[in-house]
Design a binder for this molecule. Structure first.
Ligand code: AGP
Length: 631
């Protein structure tokens, strides 16, 4: 969480550039935003509560700066105030820092430095203060290194020093990527921040820092054609075979780059980094004709299922073989991705009669007793950056178990740190609520489950049929009907969802969707569990959603739905068939074991319309962030 972005180079519109880039990182947090710049040897700082998307970049039109850092915040330590917004700076205003993550020992450092020097309640402020203290006897690089060695926690930082016009970035557990432009450099939590300027990147790994030297003044000649000042830099590259993890990246091995220096934080040893070419298209992340990203991404499911199954038979069969050979296979993820893992547990049981264990990633490390070198951990993550998932992977690696990841973001930390990684190819998912990523993830788990029993082509046929039926389902009349249901229930404070077997995880996932964007108290239950307690919550008119698939548990779920109805519940049935017990019937196609894929879509839409009808912003719900990089 939190997006950080830094620029150093010849452009003089660095503030505008950084603000624009931060807007593309807003999904990482939107409590407040801020920028700091070196303006002719003086520190310029501007920071405010609120979303950066509402800021007109032109406010910085007349403020020239070519060394700038910026931040969009998801608050952890200290309330949402202007003062707690990043960047934070040293008392002498020579050093400014932005941070993503948590500094666990900040209290101890603050006490040591003297509380009276601190103006914010954040953990981050200790970093510039520490650097400034070391700076009294050291150069900037040594001072940052000394400060970093004092910090405990998972974080990424970018620091600037106005005296030497330098930028230093460091990574210890949170993502940071260096963009290599022509005579200029970018450092960001995620690539879209600078994608319009360069597609060449170097990934910082944990415990690494990069020092980027700039020109000490802006008195260099201006290249009129490009609106940039002229500098020189050199780099030598040699080709290197691709890692095979992120198929749209080409790698080169960089042996020298005159203004970039990578170091290991613990040993101070220089590091060679690979130069990776990112073959992404910036435009695919726009909202287009839709009011919100969430709706756009729901509608994209007409195409994303097909993109998910566009994998080579060889890759899928190899993964199936790895799972088959493992002794103890765990599926793990967080939030929606966790519910997908749970659905995967059912898919593997129903299709492949293979037992896999699901554990939420935040709980997974406590399973370490069951891990051995023959174990396999399959992690699922849209962003590929979720801290709890990374920790689960660390737990598995400690026991020498293999890690397979299914992610949406190529080059993400989870993809790079796993033994094998598969991309779901859903395209950028910007809304905080995960929709198209979830159905693509389930698609791949289904496909792998079929591949486990030599029925890969049967799985492909089923999923192609699902894709075509979803295309038919997402028609304007369907959307109008779901909006009408949202209108009927929008004033309710409580809502319950039931499902059984592979649709039990969908009941849980429906609850997440409705909670996060509409703020209605929604809860999902295994249909048979209601009578053991939760049914006491149901009273006259309580809206309840029931997933009634055409499967072996249909009669059980119908009985449980009747029990709800008998207590006065208003029943919204999601089913291929109309049943008398339904007050509203959401008609979904009959796709057999793939029913979770079609069942979740109307509920994604329902959550979206509930949010809009309640006057909320479905793309950026309160208290949340798209990428959860803290524990
Ligand atoms: C989904 O709607 C949620 N916003 C959230 O639960 C999300 O799925 C979770 O944080 C995991 O994210 P990841 O897929 O990027 O790892």
């Amino acid at each position: 969480m939190c997006g950080i972005f830094g620029y150093i180079g010849p452009r003089t519109n660095g503030l505008e550039l950084v603000v624009d880039g931060l807007k593309k990182l807003e999904y990482r947090g939107y409590d407040s935003w801020g920028v700091a710049a070196d303006r002719g040897g003086e520190l310029f700082v501007e920071k405010h509560v609120g979303k950066i998307s509402g800021i007109d970049t032109k406010i910085f039109k007349n403020t020239s700066a070519s060394l700038v850092i910026g931040h969009t915040r998801w608050a952890t330590h200290g309330g949402v105030t202007d003062i707690n917004a990043h960047p934070h700076f040293s008392g002498d205003k020579t050093v400014a820092v932005v941070q993503n993550g948590i500094i666990e020992n900040y209290k101890e450092i603050r006490d040591e430095l003297g509380r009276e020097y601190f103006i914010s309640q954040t953990d981050t402020e200790v970093i510039p203060q520490l650097i400034a203290r070391y700076r009294k006897t050291m150069n900037f690089q040594e001072a940052v290194l000394a400060a970093l060695r004092r910090l405990k926690g998972r974080y990424a930082i970018v620091a600037i020093n106005v005296g030497t016009h330098q930028l230093i970035a460091a990574r210890c557990g949170c993502p940071l990527i260096v963009g290599i432009g022509q005579d200029e450099h970018f450092v960001a939590s995620d690539i879209p921040a600078f994608l319009e300027y360069t597609q060449e990147v170097m990934y910082l790994d944990d415990n690494e820092m990069v020092i980027i030297d700039g020109e000490a003044s802006d008195e260099r000649p201006l290249d009129q054609a490009r609106g940039r000042r002229v500098t020189s830099s050199k780099r030598r590259e040699t080709s290197r075979p691709s890692s095979g993890q992120a198929r749209d990246e080409k790698e080169k091995f960089v042996t020298d780059h005159s203004s970039l220096h990578f170091l290991n934080i613990e040993t101070s040893q220089p590091i060679q980094k690979r130069l990776v070419n990112i073959d992404w298209k910036a435009e695919s992340a726009e909202k287009g004709e839709y009011d919100h990203y969430m709706l756009k991404e729901i509608m994209e499911q007409k195409a994303t299922i097909l993109r998910a199954i566009d994998q080579s038979d060889e890759d899928i069969l190899k993964i199936a073989q790895t799972i088959r050979e493992s002794r103890g296979c765990f599926f793990s993820g967080c939030g929606t991705a966790g519910k997908v893992c749970m659905a995967g547990e059912y898919f593997f049981s129903i299709i492949a009669q293979r037992h896999v264990n699901y554990a939420p990633a935040s709980e997974f490390p406590v399973y370490h007793h069951f891990l051995r070198p023959e174990s396999l951990l399959v992690v699922i993550s849209q962003s590929g950056e979720t801290a709890d998932v990374l920790e689960a992977m660390e737990a598995a690696k400690k026991k020498k178990a293999r890690v397979l990841s299914i992610v949406n973001v190529a080059g993400s930390t989870i993809a790079r740190q796993s033994d094998t990684s598969l991309l779901i190819n859903a395209g950028p998912e910007k809304a905080v609520a995960s929709t198209k990523a979830a159905t693509s993830q389930m698609t791949l788990l289904l496909l792998i489950a079929y591949a486990m029993t030599e029925r890969l082509q049967e799985g492909r046929r089923l999923l192609a049929e699902v894709a075509s039926k979803i295309n038919d389902m997402l028609n304007p009349r369907f959307l109008v009907y779901i909006k009408e249901i949202a209108q009927l229930i929008r004033e309710h404070n409580n809502l319950y969802i039931i499902g059984k077997a592979e649709n039990y995880p969908m009941a849980l996932e429906s609850a997440i969707k409705i909670q996060e964007v509409s703020y209605i108290h929604a809860e999902g239950f295994a249909a048979g569990e209601l009578k053991h307690g939760p049914i006491a919550l149901v009273s006259h008119g309580t809206p309840c959603i029931a997933f009634v698939a055409n499967d072996e548990v249909r009669e059980d779920v119908l009985s449980n739905t009747m029990e709800l109805k008998a207590r006065g519940a208003y029943i919204i049935g999601v089913s291929p068939e109309r049943h008398d017990v339904f007050d509203e019937w959401i008609h979904v196609p009959d796709v057999g074991v793939a029913s979770p894929l079609v069942n979740i879509i109307p509920i994604q839409l329902l959550a979206y319309y509930l949010s809009v009808l309640r006057g909320l912003d479905p793309d950026m719900p309160r208290n949340l962030a798209k990428s959860v990089t803290v524990k």
